[in-house]
Ligand binder design. Structure first.
Ligand SMILES: CSCCC(=O)C(=O)COP(=O)(O)O
Ligand SMILES: [Zn+2]
Length: 223
């Protein structure tokens, strides 16, 4: 059946991408989660199961869930990612979102923690990137400057999903399809898994450049 083939291909792609990001040091231990919309199962998505080692993930470590609620479609399914609410919020918000990738890449995670600690006024601080060529990797309309939101890492993950839905609802399109979670990690989305993964890579690379730039500035200013 076509649906099963699609399901199996999607499950294998999720597992393969998880293993790849684990090898890069972005999904250490059980960190990270991925999801993809199932085009032949309206309103359903496939997401990684919770608490599985991402370096040895297989297609069996995925769960079909309802995008409306995040609940597994089958009663005997493994528990979906603890961060399912974040994935479902993005899949509900953006009809053209086909996949979501969440990881704990080091430079993005540090940048998010720093922004959260240093901007105590804003409910959702923004990290601005200017001029770097890599910004074009987000596919935004105006690559001169982009602002990436930093969400608080609430212990109740559903609240992070609620913040994301509130923040992006009504926002004028053209923003980069990436976000940060303070003291936690980074999430990117796109029409498919590869583009979501590529955007996450661009975000991590931009955060690394930002960090190196701040080190270079400190060295220049030191007498
Ligand atoms: C040790 S990572 C803590 C949970 C987390 O942040 C994560 O990304 C993985 O959660 P999941 O439930 O998807 O395994
Ligand atoms: Zn996480």
């Amino acid at each position: 059946m076509i649906t099963n083939v699609d399901h199996d291909v999607a499950a294998r792609s999720l597992a393969e991408t998880a293993r790849e990001l684990y090898a890069r040091g972005w999904m250490e231990g059980t960190a990270g989660n991925l999801s993809t919309r199932l085009p032949n199962e309206a309103g359903h998505a496939l997401i990684t199961a919770s608490g599985r080692g991402k370096g040895r993930l297989t297609a069996a470590d995925t769960v079909e869930v309802r995008i409306a609620t995040g609940a597994p479609v089958r009663p005997d399914a493994p528990r979906p990612s603890a961060e399912t609410a974040i994935h479902m919020a993005l899949l509900r918000l953006f009809g053209d979102c086909g996949a979501v990738v969440h990881a704990h890449p080091p430079y993005a995670t540090i940048a998010a923690a720093h922004a959260w600690e240093s901007d105590t006024e804003a409910e959702i601080p923004l990290i601005r990137f200017r001029d770097f060529e890599l910004i074009k990797g987000f596919g935004v309309r105006d690559p001169a400057e982009v602002a990436v939101p930093v969400f608080p890492n609430w212990p109740r993950v559903a609240r992070i999903g609620e913040d994301i839905e509130t923040h992006f609802t009504g926002l004028t399109p053209g923003f980069p399809t990436v976000l940060l979670i303070a003291h936690h990690g980074a999430t990117a989305w796109g029409p498919d898994l590869d583009s979501a993964r590529d955007r996450l890579e661009c975000l991590e690379a931009l955060c690394r450049l930002r960090y190196l730039n701040s080190v270079a500035t400190t060295i220049q200013e030191t007498p």
